[in-house]
Design a protein around this ligand. Structure first.
Ligand code: MTE
Ligand code: MO
Length: 423
């Protein structure tokens, strides 16, 4: 599969070279009496989860994130096990982290000294704002927003796609406070020529080369001017944590998480589609027509991902539990969609032969996930799978198996399945 030099570099951990790290991990595990069977296939930057918590290898992983599953430490990438996503509002310590570069020093120190947000390009009056000016000059907004990485579920694709092997938990739903990007842009006067915005964050590139950006994406000007698109400085009532973009981030609801730029320092209003790092080539793009698994797709047949598909999670019970016969079990979870509303969620415990409708709550605001619950009674002892299927307001439902294969493994919204044993 063709990829750019930049992308290749981005997948390499900078600190310890791969071979040393692998040998080191191998030794540690052997000393625990548990050889890693496919150690030679361990992707770069990935540390076996069993080791991650104890080894001290994870210097970038803060203690409070340690319930997450660590996919890589540099850059830090960590997902949340489904049963830990049961809260209606995902607390900061349980929100997944997806970094492409290093966490900026400013964010680690929570230090605003010298910080400013510059808006330039296709605006009449370009300007750099201090945090105080942003907070003083525009009305404040708070909203609960589902944020999902476009690569969530990548691990389900075959042939496998390169990149973080996210399973289910690169999704969360926190409350963000800040201002509408639109209020700020309108004050500066958006020119007729504006078609896109591109964000720049303060996160250093993995190579520490100051001329390289780990990621610089954006959205069409219409999405930037949508009243739901935010510039946020708070997550669940706290200043943005260092992993989540202190002091300011974009929140582009319903779109791939990668459009919600963290550690912002500049927004460039463009007169063309933004062409920053991870905007071009096959990054965050899917084929415009269905392709055969493993097929190489020309760039001209790839389109930028916009709204995310409908999806749901079962957050209780935890998969694999055993329950006594004859007892009702509550099944619950969340459902969301990029268009902002879910119509229904159904569950099945007979491999999809019959379905039962769940009680679906409305969202506290548009683009927040919706809680669903139902009671089931498993008829006799044995092994069961519970499947959940969400349907959005346009009638689109989650597929039972992985949807159309694509070269980078995006947008896997297959139904979540859990196992339950009745004894
Ligand atoms: N500056 C910057 N912004 C970024 C990223 C990044 O690496 N650097 N990662 C993006 C991606 S791919 C995702 S999915 C979300 C993840 O946000 P979170 O770490 O707060 O969950 O942030 C996006 N914004
Ligand atoms: Mo992402």
């Amino acid at each position: 599969m063709p990829y750019t030099r930049q992308e290749k570099e981005n997948s390499q951990p900078a600190a310890m070279n791969t071979l040393t790290k692998r040998t080191f991990i191998g030794r540690l595990l052997t000393s625990l009496g548990a050889p890693v069977v496919f150690l030679d296939r361990l992707p770069n930057g990935v540390i076996p989860t069993a080791l991650a918590q104890e080894s001290g290898l994870l210097d970038d992983v803060p203690d409070y994130k340690k319930q997450l599953t660590i996919l890589s430490d540099r850059p830090l990438n960590a997902e949340t096990p489904a049963h830990l996503l049961d809260d209606s509002i995902t607390p900061n310590h349980l929100h997944f982290v997806r970094n492409n570069g290093h966490i900026p020093e400013r964010a680690k120190k929570q230090d605003l000294t010298g910080w400013g947000l510059t808006i330039d390009g296709e605006v009449e009056r370009p300007r750099t704002f201090t945090m105080a000016a942003l907070k003083r000059e525009f009305p404040h907004q708070t909203a609960q927003i589902t944020l999902e990485c476009a690569g969530n579920g990548r691990a389900g694709y075959y042939p496998s796609a390169s990149g973080n092997q996210w399973t289910l938990g690169a999704v969360g739903c926190a409350r963000y406070s800040g201002i509408r990007l639109r209020d700020l842009l309108n004050t500066l006067g958006v020119r007729q020529s504006a078609v896109y915005i591109g964000y720049y964050g303060e996160d250093p590139h993995l190579s520490r080369d100051p001329n390289k950006h780990p990621i610089s994406r954006g959205v069409p000007i219409e999405k930037a001017l949508d009243p739901h698109t935010l510039l946020a400085w708070e997550m669940n009532g706290q200043p943005l944590p260092k992993e989540h973009g202190f002091p300011l981030r974009l929140i582009c609801p319903g779109w791939p998480g990668s459009t919600s730029g963290k550690w912002l320092k500049r927004i460039w209003v463009r007169d063309q589609v933004h062409d920053g790092t991870k905007m071009t080539g096959s990054s965050y793009r899917t084929p415009t027509h269905p392709v055969e698994p493993g097929e190489s797709v020309p760039e001209s047949d790839m389109a930028i991902i916009e709204s995310m598909p409908v999806k749901s999670l079962i957050t209780s019970p935890k998969t694999g539990i055993t329950t006594p016969q004859g007892k009702d079990i509550e099944i619950r979870g969340h459902a969301w969609s990029g268009s902002g509303d879910v119509e229904r969620v159904d569950v099945s415990y007979d491999f999809g032969a019959t379905w039962q409708t769940t009680n679906l709550s409305s969202a506290p605001n548009r683009y927040a996930w919706q809680r669903w619950t139902c009671q089931i009674n498993l008829p006799k002892k044995g092994y069961y799978e519970v499947w959940a299927r969400a349907t959005d307001s346009q009638g689109k439902a989650q597929p039972m198996i992985v949807p159309g294969w694509n070269p980078k493994g995006y947008l896997n919204n297959a139904m979540h399945r859990i196992a339950i044993k009745v004894s």
